[in-house]
Design a binder for this molecule. Structure first.
Ligand code: GDP
Ligand code: ZN
Length: 389
């Protein structure tokens, strides 16, 4: 079970809700409950529903945590019918309003509360579909290895996407024990964006993990995101003080008769906050608007604003201030390349999404759901693939 801590014992049976408000509030706070969710929960409280947090997601059911402990919950048809897009389904980290009917029936998820933060990417495949990576997260640890896999351009991409997520991004530089010149790497990371937080750690030696825990007081939620192999599971295991993921990785049959390992799980760190481990990602395609781009590439955009031509592509035009900075070795051509490709992605995304603004008609909605279902199916495949090592 994922939420086994001294403060929060877990059960999988179903009991009728308690009427004692005090301890409920305390437990919920440990699970990340705050005034934002409290406020959005009001109408559901009046309906006699209870707040719960989704800790893991399975094919047909969810594991949720509430004042009652840990329960299995399903999404009833009446909720499913009202859903316009797959991102409206509950996901790990979500706060939901549930009905707990009795001793034997599973709980029903009646609503998903608004998300306080959301880290999403464009789903794999040709479809214009959003894929949620982590929601309701206070701190987003962008995990990277300080070993041979270190790639400053990849970090840049994560930061650009994370900037607008509503959570606080922290670049976690793992495997510090394998790096001869951590300072040089830090300098590279510092150059990405002004005020960007970073932290060198080692899941191997435990160095830096106390500093990491400083971001995670009780009641706060963090997520670990990054490529496969950067050490996310090792860090989580180290924080939990046991080989949790290896033991508890959830295996279930998918419809093709193969096995899926779901790595996305909300866990309570003993004496601290909560952490969501996410499947390793091979590709991080841009989603949302380009706010992050302005933050991460402020220097490039400033140079670009002084090019001779307003529509300069910064490749070969005369009077290009960006190319001039590259010639003076003040700007890394790799950084410009990164910037231009992310900008292209955002531009394409904005163009594609435009017709969808406003209310979709019935046929558009059906088409959107069809595409999304397809993308979700391929996502489940991708997640298994990306999660595998
Ligand atoms: P994940 O795919 O991000 O969850 O990565 P894992 O936690 O599975 O780690 C991938 C590999 O890197 C494993 O062989 C780990 O033992 C190793 N590893 C993880 N963290 C560290 C570290 O801080 N130092 C060293 N030397 N190896 C590490
Ligand atoms: Zn230019």
């Amino acid at each position: 079970m994922s939420l086994e801590t001294p403060q929060h014992s877990t059960r999988s049976d179903h009991r009728s809700p308690t009427t004692n408000e005090e301890p409920i509030e305390m437990d919920l706070k440990t699970l990340g409950w705050n005034s934002f969710f409290h406020q959005h929960f009001e109408p559901y409280r009046e309906q006699g529903l209870l707040p719960a947090r989704v800790s893991s997601q399975h094919r047909e059911a969810y594991r949720i945590c509430c004042a009652e402990g840990e329960l299995i919950a399903s999404v009833p048809a009446r909720f499913r019918d009202g859903i316009e897009s797959p991102v409206d389904f509950p996901t790990v980290g979500d706060w939901v309003a549930v009905q707990i009917p009795g001793d034997t029936d599973p709980a029903s998820i009646c609503a998903v509360l608004p998300r306080q933060s959301k880290f999403a990417r464009r789903a794999a495949g040709d479809y214009d579909v959003e894929q949620l990576i982590a929601v309701n997260v206070d701190v987003l640890f962008l995990v990277n290895g300080l070993d041979g896999d270190f790639n400053i351009r990849r970090i840049e991409r994560y930061v650009a996407l994370a900037w607008d997520s509503g959570s606080n991004p922290v670049v976690l530089l793992n495997k510090a024990d394998l790096c001869d010149d951590v300072e040089a790497r830090i300098e590279q990371v510092e150059a990405i964006a002004i005020g960007l937080s970073f932290l060198p750690v080692s899941a191997e030696t435990g160095d830096g993990l106390d500093e990491m825990m400083a971001y995670l007081p009780t009641g706060t939620t963090a997520a670990l995101v990054g490529s496969s192999g950067v050490g996310k599971s090792s860090i989580v295991n180290r924080l939990l003080g046991k080989q949790h993921l290896a033991v508890n990785a959830v295996r279930e049959d998918d419809h093709r008769g193969r096995h899926t390992t779901s790595h996305r799980e909300l866990l309570v760190i003993p004496g601290g906050g909560l952490i969501i481990d996410t499947p390793g990602m091979r590709e991080l395609r841009m989603w949302g608007d380009d706010t992050g781009l302005q933050e991460v590439f402020g220097d490039v955009e400033e140079l670009a604003s002084t090019c001779r031509f307003g529509d300069c592509t910064h490749q070969h035009e005369p009077g290009c201030a960006v190319q001039a900075a590259i010639t003076r070795t003040e700007l890394d051509p790799g950084r410009l390349h990164s910037y231009l490709s992310m900008k292209r992605e955002f531009t394409r995304l904005a163009r594609k999404r435009k017709p969808k603004e406003g209310r979709m008609n019935k046929e558009e909605k059906r088409r959107d759901m069809r595409r999304s279902r397809h993308a979700t199916r391929s996502r489940l495949g991708t997640e298994r693939e990306e999660g595998e090592r």
